[in-house]
Design a protein around this ligand. Structure first.
Ligand code: UDX
Length: 441
């Protein structure tokens, strides 16, 4: 099929390479000319495992190309996927400005019957608006609007797109369902379940999934606060809960909380949608409050361990909002860094991929080239992002570099007994700390 993808961010670009891989003729376009120039030279504008290889595969096959102008690619397209950003407005509502502008451009330039697919996460009711915009702009145009949300995770985006748990399509006509089945035919043939619903249900299901996953994380973080006070172990509580298949173990890891460009903004957009529909849902506010508190709880541990932060140097290991990405948007590590800087600490950070983005977002943060350089002379280390590289840290070397042998584990990456054996003072999350044995020293 001849497919256009508008917006080459994380979701849009991965969609481009995946659909080209499945055999479609894909043209990606973006209002950011610099991004398009990079892509035309085969350079991914962000780090995502496997993306560069898929990008070269697509361009080499002649099935994937990138263009700065929408009007160059929409003529002749059968399917146009809207994958532009829906950033939060001041009140948390999703801004749909770019979505509306895309619909208008599609209507202006379409030259044949066309299927418009929403892939950006949008509030229920957006497709109705899109339909009205396109009709107003081009009363003569034959078109359909479908919702086709993406469930990909950064860091595993290619795999999540080519081997998804399910494909969700919300549509209103048999023709639209049929076209979407053709788009995903190779995946459906491989046994990927296809869920077909009306459009509003698909739009809402995406918000529901993200809100529920965020709820699980915040539940685990609230439990962590209670476990710390009750002398219990949140990892074992989560394991116990997770062994009940009705609950499931995934997304019950307590720590610094969730970040990234999806959960925080989708949660507030979902809450605004509920308000607009006349049913307020304060539970969604509470999820976000517990998430903010998770960063505060780690900051409190730093203060508790070091007392006054002026003249103290704190090393943060991991700056990306999660491993295997260079994305620092809403990263808990940066929220923590801001808190510590505001208390007068000197904050130094190391991340395998996200250092440049972190520095651009927070110029007061000093960047180190490796974890040991970050630790050198620091009064404590805070593990913020559970990169695999940190599992293999040389603990005696880390301890030797530190001014005080204190590790605060914001992701429960380390084993408390190993930390005890290496002589660290160790503060995990929702588990009991390993404190210095005064009698022995
Ligand atoms: C998420 C959804 O998983 C995906 O389906 C959707 O399409 C986009 O949003 P992503 O933001 O890439 O994907 O990351 P994800 O792996 O879901 O993690 C989100 C955040 O939650 C990360 O900051 C992660 O560190 C945190 N997290 C995750 C926890 O704190 N605890 C957990 O148990 C799981």
């Amino acid at each position: 099929m001849k497919v256009v993808v508008i917006g080459t961010g994380h979701v849009g670009l991965v969609t481009c390479v995946a659909l080209a891989h499945l055999g479609h003729q894909v043209a990606g376009t973006d209002s950011d000319g610099e991004k398009i120039a990079l892509l035309q030279n085969g350079i991914p504008p962000f780090y995502e495992p496997g993306l560069e290889e898929h990008l070269s595969e697509g361009t080499a096959s002649g099935r994937l190309s990138f263009h700065p102008e929408i009007n160059d690619v929409v003529p002749g397209a059968e399917v146009v996927i809207i994958s532009v950003g829906t950033p939060p407005r001041v009140d948390g509502e999703a801004s749909l400005f770019a979505v509306e502008r895309s619909a208008r451009e599609i209507a202006r330039h379409a030259t044949r019957p066309i299927l418009v697919a929403e892939k950006s996460t949008v509030p229920a009711g957006t497709a109705v608006r899109l339909r009205a915009i396109i009709e107003r702009e081009r009363p003569d145009l034959e078109f359909d609007v479908v919702s086709n949300p993406e469930f990909l995770r950064e860091g595993r985006a290619i795999q999540d797109t080519l081997e998804p748990d399910r494909i969700l399509v919300g549509a209103e006509t048999p023709g639209a369902f049929e076209a979407m089945r053709r788009l995903y035919a190779p995946l459906i043939a491989n046994g990927v379940p296809l869920i077909e619903t009306d459009v509003a249900t698909a739009e809402l299901a995406k918000h529901a999934c993200n809100a529920f996953l965020a709820l699980k994380i915040s539940f685990a973080n609230a439990l962590a606060r209670i476990c710390e006070r009750a002398g219990a172990d949140v990892v074992k509580v989560a394991d116990t809960m997770g062994s009940d298949p009705r609950i499931g173990r995934a997304f019950l890891d307590a720590g610094l909380g969730y970040g990234g460009f999806c959960f925080p903004k989708d949660l507030s957009a979902f809450e605004r949608l509920a308000d607009k529909l006349g049913w307020s849902w304060p539970m969604l506010t509470e999820i976000a409050r517990i998430n903010d508190d998770a960063v505060g709880a780690v900051a409190d541990k730093v203060v508790n361990a070091l007392w006054n932060l002026e003249d103290k140097r704190v090393a943060l290991l991991g700056l990306a909002f999660k491993p295997d990405t260079d994305d620092v948007r809403f990263a808990p590590a940066l929220a923590l860094a801001k808190l510590l800087l505001s208390e007068g600490a000197h904050v130094v950070g190391y991340d395998p991929k996200a250092s440049a983005n972190a520095k651009a977002e927070l110029p007061d943060l000093e960047i180190s080239l490796d974890p040991y350089e970050a630790a050198a002379g620091s009064h404590c280390v805070v593990l913020c992002t559970e990169w695999n590289e940190f599992r293999a840290l040389d603990l005696p070397r880390l301890k030797g570099a530190l001014a005080f042998p204190i590790v605060i584990d914001g992701r429960n990456l380390f084993d408390p007994e190993t930390m005890r054996a290496h002589g660290f003072t160790y503060y995990p999350t929702g588990r009991q700390p390993v404190l210095p044995d005064r009698a022995a020293t």
